[in-house]
Structure formats: structure tokens, C-alpha cells
Design a protein around this ligand. Structure first.
Ligand code: SF4
Length: 465
């Protein structure tokens, strides 16, 4: 069969991946990890092309022309709540041309059976992108599906297993990075322009109630399988990696083993996520020796009550120690915050900014709270009447505030978020530190581009009170 792996066109720079979707927060656009991971498995049995209309900046007409040129029998497509009306229209038109449509994304992560019932063009919703479900669905073999929602030949819709939730170990054929566009991807923290996005595990074992990763279970790939992928990238001259694992080293023995192998290769440079309380000196030192230069860690909030009620399972002192430890090992730090939870006030935002300054972050990433599909937080937001369950469209990138808080309306919340960004990034001492620590003129240019895009998006269109 000819199978197209598709990131559909869109009016904005959408990031649809890993059961999240958003417009880019600045200018970054990394490889859609779902399609990367599917590429090896599907290519093992079918003729495959990848079309990332966002990276290639294709409009609808050009995307249709490119798809017609390949004439796929089936399309495996990303969809996102951020672009759901556009995605539905585009994919329904492809189905009308006789193509089978299998999709995955946040908007299908919850109640996929209802979505299939509403959308006759949609044959199946993949529950994950690492298992062999995609092949079973392409083969019209529903008996072999383990965790997806399918439409049977008689029209009946069935959800099989628990879509998305994996445990233990999984393996897959080497992801085919070479099928992806060679230009158009940007990553804020990459030291080199050419980079690859990889995933060595699945989901996250922690229960943070606002985070979709907590709904996926946790599984990991065998280290030799990961190394085969990395060595294939090295053979193509790619040394810079975005390791998308959400809690690198959570399986400590495996994390150390992978680091030892990367250190032995000695030519890699990479960024990943760790927990502030899950990365001790031994792990951070091993990561640094293996070429890691930047770690992203959750701070989330300066309020101990918020950390406790959303089940972060760490205290502020763990956060302080984690960031100090990473700095001691020479790692750049990115602190991620969730803002706009129902408890948020102007004072709590000020406290979060003070904490970001105290932690001496290299980068601060603010994520506006959104009721992500499948999360306990979404259920609570529906119960509180903060969100309409039937409203499937939302942007998780913070361009808009989806929810009011108990104390702040959406416009005020957005204005305060923009002010936080400006106050953090427009400090002369900070800008001087950034300029001094870049590794090359190319990196300086990329960071300047990212910074400018971030500031333009957070320019003060409405004065914060
Ligand atoms: S916020 Fe981080 S630690 Fe918590 S569930 Fe999500 S990925 Fe895991």
C-alpha cells in the first residue's frame, strides 16, 4: 500500500504532537514525534512518504497537489484541537478522493468513539504511535488492534483496550528521519541548526493532574534500539538531538546505560526533560559527559498548595535544589511553569516570576493551563463550569487564555502572562548573560530570532493591571 504520513496544512504554525496541540510559542517547530516514530514501523511494510505541511509551509492547494502526486491509498494524519475545524475539512476532502484516513492527536485522545461517530470520513483513531496498531488498522485486521478506536466494516465503532496507555517495554523499527523535510524545523535550545527529535520512552509515570503525559502510562525502548536510531542519524551527520522523553532517567539504570553509550560516541549534543527531584548528581554528571547541554524541568508554581493539589509530588526546596544541581553540572536550565489554573491570582503570578528569577533560569517557559483531553484537570474544569465539554477547540500554546481563574478574567490573565515574559526576558543582565554563553554566531542568530518572536507574541496589546 502507499501510505502518507501527514501533518496537515494550517493557517498558523501549529505544533500537533504527542497528544498536545498548540501554535508555536515563539518560532520553534520540532519534528512531529508521532510521525517520526510511526515512520519506521509503516515503512517496514508499505511504501511511505512523509508530508509535513507546517514545516514546508504549504497551503491547502499545494498540499492537495503534493498528495495527489503520491496518490496514497491511506493517510495517517496528525490532528489537533488547535486546528480541528481546518483538519476536519482537509481530511474529509481527502477521504472524498477515496483515501482511507487514520488519525491521531489530542482531540481524539478522549471519547474517540464519539468523534468517529460524528466524522464519517475517519476510519480509525490511533491510541498511540509506538505499537503495531497502525499496521493492524492498515491491514483491516481489528482483531490485532490493542488500544485504538476503529470503525468496523459494518460501520460499528469500537474502542479496543485502553488507548494510549502503555507499560513495560516497546520496540519498533528504526524511525526513518530521512523521510522528513530537511529544512523548516527549528528548536530553541539546539546548539546546531540541523537536529533530530527522538523519543526513547513513552509517557510519564508521575500523576500530575493537568498533564496529558500522566494519562499515557510509562514504557521504554531497549537501549540498543535507541542507539541504532542515533547511529543512523550520526551517519547522516546529525549530532544535535532533542530527546523528547518527559522524565529522562526515571528508569535510572537505563538512563545511565544510555548516557554511557552516548559518552563513548563522544560527538553528541542534546536537550531533554528531567524532574528537579529525579536528577541526582550521578545522573546529571553522566548526562553532561554524554553531551547533554540543556535540561528542561518543571517548576509549575511558587505555591506549595498548588504543587500539592495538582500532584506534582515535589516541594519548592526540591525545585531549588534541582536547579542548583543542574547549574553546578554546567547544564543550561529551562524552567517550565503552568499558569492560569483556577487558583491563580496576580500575587501568585508575581511569586512565580520571583521564583524564576531566584532560580537563575536560562529560559523561562510559561504554559497556559488548558483542559487537556483525558486529564483529571479537564474533568474538574468541566465540573466547575470553566469549560464546555463539547468545545473541542483550544490552543495550548498560550496565545489565548482558555480558562478564567477564580480571580482573573481571561483578558487580564493573558495580559499578566505577557508582562511576566517581558519582565523575565528584557532584563539587561539576562540579555548580556545570554549573549556571553552562546557557542557560535549561528546559535546567537537562532536565539535572537526565537527571542524576538517570543517578544512579538507577548507585546503589550493590553496593559496588565
Ligand atoms: S508534568 Fe512532567 S512529571 Fe508531571 S506528568 Fe507531566 S511530564 Fe510527568
Amino acid at each position: 500500500m502507499r501510505v502518507l504520513l501527514l501533518n496537515p496544512p494550517g493557517r498558523h504554525t501549529y505544533i500537533r504532537d504527542y497528544f498536545c496541540s498548540k501554535t508555536t510559542k515563539s518560532n520553534y517547530l520540532f519534528h512531529p514525534i508521532d510521525l517520526v516514530m510511526l515512520s519506521g514501523r509503516v515503512a517496514a511494510e508499505h511504501e511511505v512518504e512523509v508530508l509535513d505541511c507546517i514545516a514546508e509551509e504549504l497551503d491547502v492547494a499545494t498540499a492537495e497537489w503534493r498528495i495527489d502526486a503520491f496518490a496514497p491509498d491511506a493517510i495517517v494524519s496528525l490532528v489537533g484541537s488547535v486546528s480541528w475545524p481546518e483538519d476536519r475539512a482537509f481530511l474529509a476532502a481527502q477521504a472524498a478522493r477515496g483515501r482511507r484516513i487514520i488519525a491521531l492527536g489530542d482531540v481524539l485522545h478522549e471519547k474517540a468513539d464519539e468523534r468517529l461517530a460524528e466524522e464519517p470520513w475517519l476510519e480509525a483513531a490511533l491510541g498511540d504511535f509506538v505499537s503495531s496498531d497502525v499496521l493492524a488498522i492498515l491491514a483491516r485486521d481489528p482483531a490485532s488492534v490493542r488500544g485504538s478506536t476503529v470503525r468496523h466494516a459494518d460501520g460499528r465503532v469500537e474502542t479496543v483496550g485502553t488507548p494510549g496507555r502503555l507499560r513495560g517495554e516497546y520496540d519498533l523499527p528504526r524511525p526513518r528521519h530521512e523521510l522528513f523535510a530537511q529544512r523548516g524545523y527549528r528548536f530553541s535550545f539546539a546548539r546546531e541548526e540541523r537536529f533530530a527529535t527522538i523519543l526513547t520512552d513513552w509517557g510519564c509515570p508521575y500523576p500530575c493532574t493537568f498533564c496529558v503525559m500522566s494519562t499515557l502510562g510509562h514504557a521504554s525502548r531497549p537501549v540498543p534500539s535507541v542507539l541504532e536510531e542515533i547511529d543512523a542519524l550520526r551517519a547522516r551527520g546529525i549530532r544535535e538531538l532533542f530527546v523528547m522523553d518527559q522524565t529522562f532517567g526515571v528508569n535510572r539504570r537505563r538512563g545511565l546505560e544510555l548516557c554511557a553509550e552516548l559518552e563513548r560516541r563522544g560527538d553528541l549534543s542534546w536537550t531533554t526533560y528531567v524532574r528537579p527531584d529525579g536528577s541526582d548528581d550521578e545522573l546529571l554528571a553522566a548526562m553532561r559527559r554524554a553531551g547533554c547541554h540543556t535540561v528542561m524541568m518543571g517548576v509549575e508554581s511558587a505555591s506549595p498548595a498548588v504543587l500539592a493539589s495538582y500532584e506534582k509530588r515535589y516541594a519548592l526546596d526540591d525545585v531549588r535544589e534541582g536547579f542548583a544541581r543542574a547549574r553546578r553540572h554546567g547544564l543550561r536550565t529551562v524552567g517550565t511553569f503552568i499558569i492560569g489554573l483556577p487558583e491563580e491570582t496576580e500575587e501568585s503570578l508575581r511569586a512565580s516570576l520571583d521564583l524564576a528569577l531566584e532560580l537563575e533560569l536560562d529560559f523561562m517557559s510559561l504554559n497556559m493551563a488548558v483542559p487537556r483531553f483525558g486529564t483529571p484537570f479537564r474533568r474538574r474544569a468541566v465540573e466547575l463550569g470553566l469549560v464546555d465539554e463539547r468545545d473541542l477547540v483550544m490552543d495550548q500554546g498560550g496565545a489565548d487564555a482558555k480558562l478564567p481563574t477564580h480571580a482573573l478574567d481571561r483578558a487580564t490573565m493573558l495580559a499578566l502572562k505577557r508582562r511576566m515574559i517581558r519582565r523575565f526576558y528584557l532584563r539587561p543582565a539576562y540579555l548580556w548573560r545570554r549573549a556571553r554563553t552562546v557557542g557560535s554566531p549561528g546559535e546567537l542568530l537562532r536565539q535572537a530570532r526565537e527571542g524576538l518572536a517570543l517578544l512579538v507574541r507577548n507585546a503589550g496589546t493590553r496593559r496588565a493591571p
